[in-house]
Design a protein around this ligand. Structure first.
Ligand SMILES: O=P(O)(O)OC[C@H]1O[C@H](O[C@H]2O[C@H](CO)[C@@H](O)[C@H](O)[C@H]2O)[C@H](O)[C@@H](O)[C@@H]1O
Length: 277
């Protein structure tokens, strides 16, 4: 996939064992470790907590994820997952139902899961129309598949012979269909998602920061849909840090770059270690 924006500004290399982020620590990270009770840690799911896999239904959180999130959740003001997945799916694929205090904002913030309770708005009426119209469109591209998420529909090309060419071929007809149904198109890693307008990860994260009266913020993501959350970190006026969960598929500018979900686990563990010092 193409590069979306500028250069990586910092690199944190995963290491094994107890690690510290105190050396060369960005100011936003320093604020988090100095005043953890005021910190909100925001995390994307796919590509950040969960390694990217060919079949969207086979994605599962990194094996260290539930324990790391449980540990961090006890140390900071709040841990929130902001994902394009339905919140209940992220909870299931993340084995997150027993992580105390965790909030999951699904469908880019349309849904909220907290303490086992899910709240969500009515399903957008345009979705039934695109659900039907997408079938002949996608069946014309061998290997392309539809992921029906109830409040959104995603078209995936990762399993086609040429994922980028398939994505490019579908981009225009999918955009036309979305416009006719009053939906937005959310592009991502070999995926085009048709979803309701008016909400994104930036809107969702900003509202959460206000709700929790955050004094600092970190957001980690890996894809185009996370850029709005990165922008929200920068616009919040809070000491903040953006973390790019890096891969070979896309490059995104961020304060810290780590090596995919493995690197995210290292960073979160390092933050917890630094708080507990
Ligand atoms: O906001 P996220 O938590 O990152 O969710 C974004 C989309 O992620 C999923 O698709 C991506 O991950 C799949 C599994 O690794 C991969 O096969 C696919 O190519 C990626 O685009 C998910 O399937 C979508 O519904 C999410 O919107």
């Amino acid at each position: 996939m193409r590069s979306e924006s500028g250069e990586r500004s910092r690199t944190a290399e995963p290491t094994r064992g107890r690690a510290s982020v105190t050396a060369d620590m960005p100011d936003g990270l320093r604020a988090i470790t100095a005043d953890p009770a005021g910190a909100v840690i925001g995390l994307d799911f796919d590509g950040t907590l969960s390694p990217i896999v060919a079949d969207p239904a086979a994605a599962r959180i990194h094996p260290d994820g539930p324990a790391v999130l449980t540990r961090l959740g006890a140390l900071v003001g709040a841990v929130v997952i902001v994902t394009g997945r339905p919140a209940a799916v992220a909870v299931e694929y993340g084995s997150l139902s027993k992580v105390p205090g965790l909030v999951v904002l699904g469908h880019y913030g349309l849904e909220r899961w907290e303490a086992g309770t899910l709240s969500a708005p009515p399903v957008h009426p345009g979705l039934s129309r695109v659900r039907t119209a997408l079938v002949p469109l996608v069946s014309g591209v061998p290997g392309a598949m539809i992921e029906d998420k109830e409040r959104a529909v995603a078209v995936h090309t990762r399993q086609t012979a040429d994922p980028q060419a398939a994505l490019d071929a579908l981009r225009e007809p999918v955009a036309k269909l979305a416009a006719e149904a009053g939906l937005a198109v959310e592009p991502g890693k070999f995926v085009l998602e048709l979803r309701p307008q008016g909400m994104d990860k930036g809107v969702a994260l900003s509202a959460f920061l206000r709700e929790r009266q955050a004094r600092s913020v970190l957001f980690a993501g890996d894809d185009l849909g996370d850029l709005a959350a990165f922008a929200a970190v920068r616009a919040s006026g809070l000491p903040g840090v953006t973390v790019f969960s890096g891969s070979s598929e896309i490059v995104v500018e961020a304060d810290i770059v780590v090596n995919g979900p493995e690197g995210v686990m290292w960073l979160l563990t390092s933050i917890a270690d630094s708080i507990e010092v």
